[in-house]
Ligand binder design. Structure first.
Ligand SMILES: Cc1cc2nc3c(=O)[nH]c(=O)nc-3n(C[C@H](O)[C@H](O)[C@H](O)COP(=O)(O)OP(=O)(O)OC[C@H]3O[C@@H](n4cnc5c(N)ncnc54)[C@H](O)[C@@H]3O)c2cc1C
Length: 305
């Protein structure tokens, strides 16, 4: 990126702009290259200002939540990584009206789940234990226990590339398995969720049970990006990888988890290329043995070294 462009971004974003930021520190898999620029937006006005500048100057950008479903390749990300916080990580009691609970996209799912339990709002217990933001969960149509976030979304607001806020009702949103199709470059700002009243103690019981079940299934004690591949129709990627004899297989610092075949965990210094190589190995082995093509669930971004 041109020095004058970097300078202008710094002027617009001030202390919220960091250059050459190691994305291995920001992503839960703890591997990968640097972002040329990281911009931490804390309100819509500041976000809009920087966004319009990036669009005008044709600077690429990527909005990231908690980085819990992303692998940044070792050559890093050109352009700007945008993260959201401040007033963009907000949940509003006053806005629990018939039209649903209003929450901003940067709120962390564990916080949102805890908030709902405390306030007797049932319906998102299935998100307990997923370490992302609401925005990331909507972009990925995150799910667990047979439910997906699309089941509770009433409406989503986006900041589009023209700097306008667009509200889309559930009937206009194209959710698919682990994906929401929306305009490239749009930023999810907030959502309204359909919840129902229940006793906090019952909600908490369901959350504890979900977390217990998940802890027994997934390797939460090591860095990962969650499920690496989408489940193919009628089957489980983890089952197929396990049957391929790859549990425990490692390349560099990346290892196919012994606890769950669809998790790649990392140990110490791991390059993104270790993870990609291991993914290719699993994909090829499953194709050879079962004639099933696995597709990545994680978002692989950036450029190789
Ligand atoms: C241990 C572990 C367990 C997990 N378990 C589950 C599970 O059970 N079910 C499940 O579905 N997932 C699971 N995941 C994956 C991940 O947590 C979810 O996909 C989560 O919703 C991603 O949220 P995030 O904020 O981290 O998004 P990121 O990983 O930061 O981003 C994911 C995608 O969303 C886009 N995005 C993020 N925020 C915005 C925004 N505001 N506007 C526009 N685009 C945005 C990014 O550009 C990227 O394409 C797990 C991950 C881990 C590490």
């Amino acid at each position: 990126m041109d020095y004058s462009i970097k300078n202008a971004i710094q002027k617009l974003g001030g202390d919220s702009v960091i250059f050459d930021f190691p994305m291995s520190k920001y992503t839960t898999i703890r591997a990968g290259g640097n972002a040329e620029v990281l911009f931490r937006a804390s309100n819509v006005e500041g976000l809009r200002e920087v966004l319009l500048f990036l669009v005008q100057e044709q600077v690429p950008y990527l909005t990231v939540g908690k980085g819990s479903n992303i692998l940044v390749l070792d050559g890093g990300l050109d352009g700007v990584v945008i993260t959201l916080g401040g007033s963009l990580a907000f949940v509003d009691d006053d806005k629990i009206v018939d039209s649903g609970l209003f929450a901003s996209s940067a709120i962390a799912l564990p916080k949102l789940v805890a908030y709902c339990a405390k306030n007797g709002l049932a319906g998102i217990e299935f998100l307990a234990g997923i370490p992302g933001t609401l925005g990331g969960a909507i972009a990925m149509n995150a799910g667990s226990m047979g439910k997906e976030i699309k089941d509770v979304v009433l409406e989503v607001s986006f900041l589009n590339r023209k700097g306008e806020i667009e509200r889309k009702d559930i009937s206009e949103l194209k959710f698919q398995y682990r994906e929401l199709a929306f305009n490239t470059g749009d930023i999810i700002l907030s959502a309204r969720l359909k919840l129902k009243a229940d006793q906090p103690s019952l909600i908490k019981d369901r959350i504890f049970k979900n977390i217990k079940d998940r802890n027994a299934k997934f390797p939460f004690n090591m860095p990962s990006a969650g499920s690496i591949f989408k489940n193919p129709d009628g089957d489980y990627a983890g089952r197929l990888i396990e049957l391929s004899g790859l549990k425990g297989k490692g390349i560099g610092g990346a290892v196919i988890s012994n606890e769950h075949g669809n998790f790649i965990v990392t140990k110490g210094k791991t390059s993104a290329s270790d993870v990609v190589e291991l993914m290719n190995l699993a994909k090829n082995r499953v194709k050879e043995l079962f004639n099933i093509t696995l597709t990545p669930e994680i978002k692989i971004v950036g450029k190789p070294c």
